[in-house]
Write a protein that binds this ligand. Structure first.
Ligand SMILES: N[C@@H](CCC(=O)N[C@@H](CS)C(=O)NCC(=O)O)C(=O)O
Length: 252
């Protein structure tokens, strides 16, 4: 099967045949927010790359051999001896930032860099609450608790953005802080169709709402952007145990 299409490689597929042109190879899944981070970093840095999407419910045998942790994202560095694989989205992002410094995404200042990483790490609690709200069919009272956590944590990012007084978390232009959290913000609209009026950012978080609007227009973001409708379609399938990985292939 060809690479660089939206179709996902599954069990029984043969290994992708990448062009031997020295470009990085990204193993991804079209709806994975962690892999999404790496698409954004590569796009922002204008680094050309090949992508092979993996069906995570029915992984190809060759993928576990190539990348024993079996997760996405994974980046294969074809120009390094032994063509090693890197895993973990933030590790990959930092590697790319150091290796391709023309467009810098991490702060140069060590303290700012450490603080940015802490904010990204902290975002895990929002991502976790969001994941449960979407994928766990909880009783209403549990949802209320999760929603409270979700909004309380988002409030911290609203305050931080106001404190910084900049358009983006990273300053005048988007940086790794923005790109690392964007994949979840792009998906938050899913909550609208699941919990209705209880979900809204605009009235609660004006700074984040403005940031959301600006960041959506960024070119790197635009290149990998999916609509709330598409994200919702995927999530509903996954929630029912039938994730529709090739949703975009059939739509186009
Ligand atoms: N901490 C990892 C998380 C990656 C992750 O959980 N990816 C999911 C897809 S969104 C995955 O590969 N799941 C398949 C599996 O765990 O086997 C990162 O930041 O890259």
């Amino acid at each position: 099967m060809a690479v660089n299409t939206n179709r996902h490689f599954g069990k029984g597929s043969s290994e992708p045949s990448f062009a031997n042109d020295g470009q990085l190879r990204l193993f991804s899944m079209r709806f994975c927010p962690f892999a999404h981070r790496i698409h954004l970093v590569l796009n922002a840095k204008n680094i050309p790359y090949h992508v092979a999407y993996i069906n995570l419910s029915d992984k190809p045998e060759w993928y576990s051999k190539l990348n024993p942790n079996g997760k996405v994202p994974a980046l294969q560095l074809v120009n390094e001896p032994g063509e090693p694989f890197l895993a973990e989205s933030m590790v990959i992002a930092e590697y790319l930032d150091e290796k391709y410094p023309e467009v810098k995404l991490f702060p140069d200042d060590p303290l700012e860099k450490a603080q940015t990483k802490l904010w990204v790490e902290r975002f895990g609690s929002i991502a976790g609450a969001f994941y449960k709200l979407v994928y766990e069919k909880n009783a209403d009272d549990v949802n209320e608790q999760l929603l409270k956590t979700f909004y309380a944590e988002l409030g911290q990012y609203e305050t931080e953005l106001a404190r910084r007084g900049t358009r983006y978390f990273a300053g005048a232009k988007p940086g790794i802080f923005d790109y690392a959290v964007w994949p979840w913000f792009e998906r938050f609209g899913i909550l609208g169709s699941l919990i209705g009026d209880k979900y809204s950012l605009d009235d609660k978080f004006p700074k984040l709402a403005q940031w959301l609007h600006l960041t959506r227009e960024d070119l790197a973001v635009q290149k990998h952007l999916l609509s709330t409708y598409t994200h919702t379609q995927f999530s509903l399938g996954r929630r029912d145990g039938t994730p529709h990985y090739d949703l975009l292939v059939e739509e186009s």
